[in-house]
Design a protein around this ligand. Structure first.
Ligand SMILES: *Cc1c(COP(=O)(O)O)cnc(C)c1O
Length: 589
């Protein structure tokens, strides 16, 4: 017997009446727990349907609506007092709680909105979102077979598909879903430390082993070395090439030689496979060659080679694409770059492990990152722990014996797996290629505006970076001087400040619901130094770096009109900032 959301309990009303109060509350709860039986009018199905309708009401009108949810873009939390909160003495209804949950979404960025172009965080695809929600309902726990049962297939099959894409033997490889690209980094470090310093599992890390990555590597290297107990000072950062921003292998070799001469063990080398802002791919094959020439001293294990490919991984879906016949019909402007990105990322073949963020270039919800390793036997035995007495192995697959986490929700693995099943090769190719087609369009529009210049036209990542100057300035030649000529350092810094102010202005406009030409303004972001000036290669001068406005035309709802509108908004923001600077300087004169 169960109750509909509207009904009061109907079982033997007298029984209800004479029940002790706690039992009455439990009966009331039947209306707020999903039914375990089929064909019941279920609080869950009703709750979800109702919640999605309410969320839908927060979405904007189709044409010209803002890129945030709801009508109030302001931050409304009372940060002073919010922590002064107590558990309510009364029980609530789930309907009421869901209403309160919906309210928290007010003002949130609408990731699927075409005006949202702030970062590599596209909206999730429907199959993945639904897969995530379903795994929250029946809550498989992929720590071991008994609680995961057939849902384990999602992790096992993801590992196989990704290993195949990398060109590895799928049956000998494996993967674990974990908490983000930073979790993947941490997994690699644990793997490396265990391999290189086998004693460290019991005795702790007592040796200053090094982790080597490039100057462009993601800052999560700090989290991982810190939390693993290796220490942030044990990171060695390799210089990058001024043009490609990739790891300079000559410098890498110097560092490896130095470590060898001093008998310092190297735990791992990390190749970043696509950085957020400049799409730099480190040369894995060459790194592998060097690494084999500079083995660790005998008493230590073999250096691990990890690809932090959490952004770049999905270009691997171009494996087997016929770039000559071009069956999907990509434009001539885009085709060579698709091939370039694919050729760069396919180097993960040479790695021992690589990381995948489905929430970035997999168009999936958080958290669905996966650490993929080539040698499952090695990884799983190196990290294995004794089986706990209170859980019995009920299937051949029990990753809790070697994972960082104990309980792991199946959510991430379901999301990743559903996404792989949904896109297939052609889906990934189209969604990624489409971003580059958008980028080509953006560049053509930027080129038409004298005072704007695209500052990353030679890389074909997901972001378009641009600088805008005061009206009348010839942006391409001004930028060229600022990039290459130390005499223009002061102007570079002045225009960096301008870029910063325009970026802030655009954010303020987005957050205040400002309209330009009758439409809301875009949600963009900016970089305070996506690269250094050419004369500042060793980064000795913290100010001689290049600021730029960032646009990520990623999501599938983006149109040429939206992109043109966004550029017009950047110009309008520039005008307003320049005007206010002029006013200030008049005042200070
Ligand atoms: C985003 C990113 C990370 C961190 O990943 P999270 O999923 O945010 O934890 C690490 N490395 C690179 C290259 C990234 O782009």
């Amino acid at each position: 017997m169960s109750y509909t959301p509207e009904e009061q309990p109907t079982i033997e009303d007298t029984a209800y009446l004479i029940a002790p109060q706690w039992a009455k509350f439990r009966l009331d709860m039947l209306r707020s727990f999903p039914s375990p039986y089929k064909n019941e009018r279920d609080s869950l199905a009703d709750g979800i349907e109702d919640a999605i309708r309410q969320l839908d009401q927060l979405k904007p009108e189709k044409n010209g609506g803002p890129a945030y949810l709801g009508t109030n873009p302001a931050l409304t939390i009372d940060f002073e007092d919010i922590k002064d909160s107590y558990l309510s003495p009364k029980m609530n209804t789930s309907t009421e709680v869901i209403r309160q949950v919906i309210k928290l979404f007010e003002g949130l960025p609408n990731w699927g909105h075409p005006l949202t172009m702030c970062n590599v965080n596209p909206q999730g695809n429907t199959a993945a979102i639904v897969a995530a929600v379903l795994s929250e309902i029946f809550a498989p726990n992929i720590l071991e077979g008994e609680y995961a049962w057939n849902t384990h297939q999602a992790e096992l099959e993801s590992g196989g598909i990704l290993a195949n894409l990398a060109g590895w033997e799928p049956k000998k490889s494996g993967c674990v879903y974990t908490y983000g690209g930073s979790g993947c980094w941490t997994y690699h470090l644990k793997y490396a430390l265990t391999r290189v310093l086998p004693d460290s599992r019991k005795k702790g890390i007592r040796t200053e082993a090094k982790v080597i990555c490039s100057q462009q590597a993601h800052y999560t290297m700090l989290n991982s070395t810190d939390w693993m107990g290796l220490g942030m000072d044990n990171i060695i950062r390799i210089k990058t090439d001024v043009n490609t921003n990739a790891m300079d292998t000559q410098h890498l070799e110097e560092v490896l030689r130095d470590c060898r001469d001093k008998e310092i063990p190297v735990a791992s080398i990390v190749c970043t496979m696509a950085t957020t802002d400049v799409n730099a791919f480190d040369p894995v094959q060459e790194v592998r060659r060097l690494l084999d020439n500079y083995p660790n001293p005998e008493e230590y294990g073999k250096v691990l080679l990890y690809c932090d490919s959490v952004i770049g991984w999905s270009w691997i879906a171009f494996k087997n694409y016929d770039f000559k016949a071009n069956p999907l019909g990509f434009s001539d402007a885009v085709l060579p770059y698709l091939e370039k990105n694919y050729n760069a990322v396919k180097g993960i073949f040479y790695a021992d492990a690589f990381g995948v963020d489905f929430h970035k270039t997999g168009f999936s919800p958080y958290i669905s990152s996966v650490f993929v390793y080539k040698n499952a036997e090695e990884f799983e035995s190196l990290l294995s722990r004794e089986v706990q007495a209170y859980l019995q192995p009920r299937s051949p697959y029990n990753p809790m014996n070697y994972t960082l986490e104990v309980s792991r929700a199946a959510t991430g693995s379901m999301v990743g797996w559903a996404t792989l099943k949904f896109f297939g090769h052609e889906g990934f190719q189209s969604v990624l290629g489409g971003i580059l087609e958008n980028k080509v369009y953006l560049q053509s529009q930027i080129a038409k505006k004298l005072e704007m210049v695209c500052v990353n036209s030679s890389d074909y990542g997901l972001v378009t970076l641009l600088r805008i100057y005061p009206a009348g300035v010839d942006a391409p030649s001004q930028f060229d001087l600022e990039l290459t000529n130390p005499d223009f350092r002061e102007e570079l810094i002045k225009h960096n400040k301008l870029t910063h102010a325009i970026g802030d202005k655009l954010f303020e406009w987005f957050r205040s619901g400002k309209k330009i030409n009758g439409q809301h303004t875009p949600y963009l972001s900016f970089s305070t130094g996506f690269r250094m000036a050419e004369y500042n290669r060793d980064l000795k001068d913290a100010k001689a770096v290049i600021y730029a406005i960032k646009m990520f035309p990623m999501n599938v709802y983006i149109t040429p009109e939206v992109m043109s509108h966004a550029l017009n908004c950047i110009i309008a923001a520039r005008d307003e900032v320049v005007l206010s600077i002029d006013k200030q300087s008049v005042l200070t004169v």
